[in-house]
Design a protein around this ligand. Structure first.
Ligand SMILES: NC(=O)c1ccc[n+]([C@@H]2O[C@H](COP(=O)([O-])OP(=O)(O)OC[C@H]3O[C@@H](n4cnc5c(N)ncnc54)[C@H](O)[C@@H]3O)[C@@H](O)[C@H]2O)c1
Length: 340
């Protein structure tokens, strides 16, 4: 079977992970890289073996040897690029956040359906064995249900030359939408839909105009809950806080974030009653952009109709809906019920 022709829209930081996955696949070939910046497009095309590069992604979309595109440009531009891709009959793997507004998400979902093409959202954590093990253990009832999934993460905003736009409120919704998308999506993937969102967001850092810090609690229809604290408000190269990562607390125990053992395997520990401990060990081959390869393979197989996307347009929309509900809760001081 001929290989799937891939066009990469955006040659910035995240393109490296996607393009490595394309290069490692024997089911696809990179045809073209488009970036507003000609030297970026040319450099990435050369590095990853594309036949061509372009500064206007419409040139890439006009190529008949491009069957599918990966969109890795700022979120406010995703919808326009995806709609243009569907109009030219391409399949789409789009980075998260899927788009900044629900209207844009709906337009993308509608355009994919109308074109009969695949729309997959790059919720790459769904391909991570580490978080996957936590999901498996929680769903198996190892800590009991309903339970509380706690997530804390922090750092400085992405630093120029890459990604100055991340700190500009006219171009980005900040870490809760950009990075929290992975957390909201993954926990929703585990527990099902969210019923209500309560949040406080503010700007703690000295750079840019986005709400760079947030505290969000999610109430799931299942009765489970999530606490998510995200900040990009730290100064550049600051080592961060001491509380980072995630754990899950339940009526029957506490699941600790997994650790990488000396023998190369990973282990996840569940503390039970009366000092009992269960240890679950597993492989997590992180080398070689493994998550992105798993995701890309799922995309290619979905294009061929042999699989379905692990994260659909609807999943991307629901993650963004949670982020938007968090902003609304913070603005109004109220708990926000979903759907918006
Ligand atoms: N899955 C993940 O873990 C992950 C990690 C980082 C970024 N992302 C997402 O990937 C997307 C891109 O982020 P990034 O960190 O690569 O940003 P970046 O700033 O490093 O790169 C963006 C690139 O897009 C180009 N660009 C902007 N507008 C364009 C247009 N109209 N046409 C063609 N090129 C254009 C810029 O010139 C730049 O090279 C965002 O949605 C971001 O949230 C995902």
């Amino acid at each position: 079977m001929s290989r799937l022709g891939i066009g990469m829209i955006g040659g910035g930081a995240i393109s490296n992970a996607h393009l490595a996955a394309v290069a490692a696949s024997d089911k696809a070939e990179l045809v073209c890289v488009a970036d507003l910046n000609a030297s970026t497009a040319e450099e990435k095309a050369e590095k990853f073996g594309a036949k061509s590069f372009a500064t206007d992604y419409r040139e890439l979309l006009a190529r008949e040897d491009v069957d599918a595109v990966i969109i890795g440009i700022p979120a406010g531009l995703h919808a326009e690029a995806a709609l243009a891709a569907f109009q030219t009959g391409k399949h789409v793997l789009v980075e998260k956040p899927m788009a900044r507004t629900l209207a844009e998400c709906d337009a993308m979902i509608g355009a994919a359906e109308q074109a009969g093409k695949v729309l997959q959202v790059a919720m790459v954590r769904r391909f991570d064995a580490d978080w996957g093990k936590v999901r498996e253990l929680v769903q198996a009832g190892k800590v009991g249900r309903p339970c509380l999934w706690r997530r804390m993460a922090q750092g400085s905003a992405p630093q120029p030359p890459h990604g100055a736009w991340y700190s500009d409120a006219s171009l980005s919704d900040g870490p809760l939408a950009e990075s929290g998308a992975h957390d909201f999506d993954f926990v929703r993937y585990t527990f099902g839909d969210v019923r209500a969102v309560t949040a406080t967001n503010w700007q703690m850092g000295r750079v840019g105009s986005v709400l760079d810090t947030g505290i969000v609690t999610l109430d799931f229809e299942s009765g489970d809950r999530m606490l998510c604290v995200w900040s990009w408000g730290l100064p550049p190269k600051c080592g961060g806080g001491t509380l980072s990562g995630m754990d899950v607390l339940g009526p029957d125990g506490a699941l600790q974030q997994s650790r990488h053992r000396d023998d190369g395997r990973y282990e996840c520990v569940v503390n039970g009653p009366d000092g009992a401990q269960e240890v679950f060990d597993f492989d997590n081959p992180r080398a070689g952009d493994y998550w992105f390869s798993g995701q890309f393979d799922n995309f290619v197989e979905s294009v061929h109709g042999r699989q379905t996307p692990r994260a659909t347009g609807l999943d991307g929309r629901k993650a963004q809906e949670i982020a938007l509900a968090a902003f609304e809760s913070s603005r109004t001081g109220r708990r926000v019920e979903l759907p918006l």
